[in-house]
Design a protein around this ligand. Structure first.
Ligand code: CP
Length: 314
């Protein structure tokens, strides 16, 4: 497959054929990881290349996942996990200039930033590929790719599945990016959120324009039986003006064993993590819980993405 752009900034860059071809590359990457873990075999696919992780917002999974992916491919990593406080951003260096500068040193840039559209600003300056690891409440394309890969792997298909998304659908960049990819597969969507945190209307309108059925409700117990995929999300505390505003929504939904008893026997539960209290830890032992498997899949997905932006055939 060949991506339409050098940079990976948005899920809008992918159509259905791209995604299905991409999943086959990810499967190969899972084998590369397996060979490394079981046989100590080191891939040399990215030997001599350097990946820079520039994080202006906190992260556990995404940064380590990209760094692990590059190391698994035989490349090397330079990293700043606190760009807002410890980089020349404090001296008002622009994202455009930062892109120009880092691309003199690294072969690919992975960045996360609180501002929507920030990754495009860096990409304009950069001479090397820039990958969006989350831009405010905008997008998180690589998370959505690994979520779809997990669905595809678990269900053997995505076409026609009923996808539930639960929680902060207004501020969550992950559900936004997931919708942008899932719209290609004729899915039915069930959005469960408090009224104040509904999925933006432009997203529901786009899904309906693509022929997808969309249901919106506040009541999870009423609809969970219909879901093939249960995508839980955190109430995005960092996007609220203050603790009082956040407090109005904190703890809105909790997926526990009692709620899982109402779900389909072959449904799966996804969460981009971190979780706060929206999935009870007792659900972790349920074979339908796939959120830690998502983390594992994420490394292979990012290995495949890194190879794709370099045009490396696997
Ligand atoms: N899923 C995700 O983006 O996690 P981090 O914020 O830990 O990177």
């Amino acid at each position: 497959m060949k991506f339409k752009h050098q940079h990976i900034l948005s899920t809008k860059q992918f159509d259905k054929n791209d995604l299905l071809a991409f999943f086959e590359v990810v499967k190969k990457m899972e084998k590369v990881v397996e060979e490394a873990v079981k046989e100590g075999k080191q891939s040399k696919l990215c030997e001599g290349k350097i990946l820079a992780t520039l994080f202006y917002e906190p992260s556990t999974r995404t940064r380590f996942s990209f760094e692990t992916a590059m190391l698994r491919l035989g490349g090397r990593v330079i990293s700043n996990f606190d760009m807002l406080k410890t980089s020349s951003a404090t001296k008002m260096e622009t994202l455009y200039d930062t892109g120009k500068v880092i691309s003199q040193m690294a072969n690919v840039i992975v960045m996360r930033h609180p501002e929507v559209g920030s990754t495009e600003k860096m990409a304009k300056g950069s001479n090397v590929p820039v990958i969006n690891a989350g831009d405010g409440s905008g997008e998180h394309p690589t998370q959505a790719l690994l979520d779809l890969y997990t669905i595809w792997k678990s269900h053997g298909r995505i076409d026609g599945l009923t996808i539930g998304m639960i929680g902060d659908l207004k501020n969550g960049r992950v559900p936004h990016s997931q919708c942008s990819l899932l719209k290609h597969f004729g899915c039915k969507f069930i959005f469960v959120s408090p009224v104040g945190l509904k999925m933006p209307s432009e997203i529901t309108a786009e899904l309906r324009a693509c022929g997808c059925e969309v249901v919106e409700t506040e009541d999870l117990a009423e609809v969970i039986h219909d879901m093939d995929v249960i995508c839980m999300t955190r109430i995005q505390k960092e996007r609220f003006a203050n603790d009082e505003e956040y407090g109005k929504y904190a703890g809105s939904y909790v997926l526990d064993c009692e709620m899982m008893n109402l779900a389909k026997k072959d449904s799966i539960v996804l969460h981009p993590l971190p979780r706060v209290d929206e999935i009870s830890s007792e659900v972790d032992d349920d074979p339908r819980a796939k959120y830690f498997e998502q983390v594992k899949n994420g490394v292979a997905v990012r290995m495949a993405l890194i190879c794709e932006v370099f045009g490396i055939k696997v």
